[in-house]
Ligand binder design. Structure first.
Ligand SMILES: [Fe+2]
Length: 214
């Protein structure tokens, strides 16, 4: 087993209000302004952000704020005021990029296998204007999205993918894109769960060592 890379508490803890730094605070405000009128989309977004916050210690301390900010704004492109192409990862990414948040834009553009849908929509080149990062942070954003249902409640990723397919129907581009992307998406979920297991095991080990030393 690779050594646990969690820093701070080995078992992830909630990123509470006084630990949030300005980017995620700004992102929360933007997300609420953009998505609160959309009802369930806002409920889903709040759930995704809560999961990303709860698991933020899986990424390096300097990246936790970015992870939570990306969770808040990953679906921002659904806001009618941002809908230019109608492809929400691209519309949301362009919005935050225009405000100077380059890394955040890349995470939003490529969250949850957006590449597969972009290809079917003829928007792959536009999406590639944004850098796709392959990182624990990107995995965490996708994990949080795939483990949060449309009403904001926790679901397992299989249920989530099945619910989306049922909602859109078998012939819809979203359903087909998720089917193609399923192995990659479940790969990201698996990597996050593996890190969770490693961190939990490391925490238990430290407790046992501490108990033995006292
Ligand atoms: Fe989402």
């Amino acid at each position: 087993m690779k050594p646990c890379k969690c820093q701070g508490d080995a078992v992830p803890t909630q990123t509470n209000g006084d630990r949030l730094t300005p980017l995620s605070q700004w992102a929360r405000g933007e997300a609420e302004r953009l998505l609160a009128p959309l009802g369930r989309r806002w409920a889903h977004t709040q759930g995704v952000a809560a999961t990303a916050s709860a698991l933020a210690s899986l990424v390096a301390p300097a990246e936790r704020d970015v992870a939570v900010a990306a969770a808040w704004l990953h679906d921002g492109g659904y806001a009618p005021s941002l809908a230019a192409t109608g492809f929400h990862p691209l519309d949301g990414a362009r919005y935050v990029h225009a405000l100077g948040h380059v890394r955040l834009a890349g995470l939003i553009a490529h969250h949850t296998g957006a590449r597969y849908e972009a290809k079917r929509r003829g928007l792959a080149a536009e999406l590639d204007e944004f850098e796709e990062e392959h990182s624990h942070l990107a995995d965490l954003v996708t994990y949080a999205d795939l483990t949060t249902g449309p009403g904001g409640l926790p679901v397992n990723p299989g249920q989530r993918l099945a619910e989306v397919a049922q909602r859109y129907g078998p012939d819809h581009v979203v359903t087909q894109a998720l089917a193609e992307g399923r192995p990659a998406l479940l790969g990201a979920v698996g990597r996050v769960e593996s890190r969770l297991s490693q961190c939990a095991a490391a925490a238990l080990g430290r407790r046992l060592i501490g108990a033995g030393a006292s």
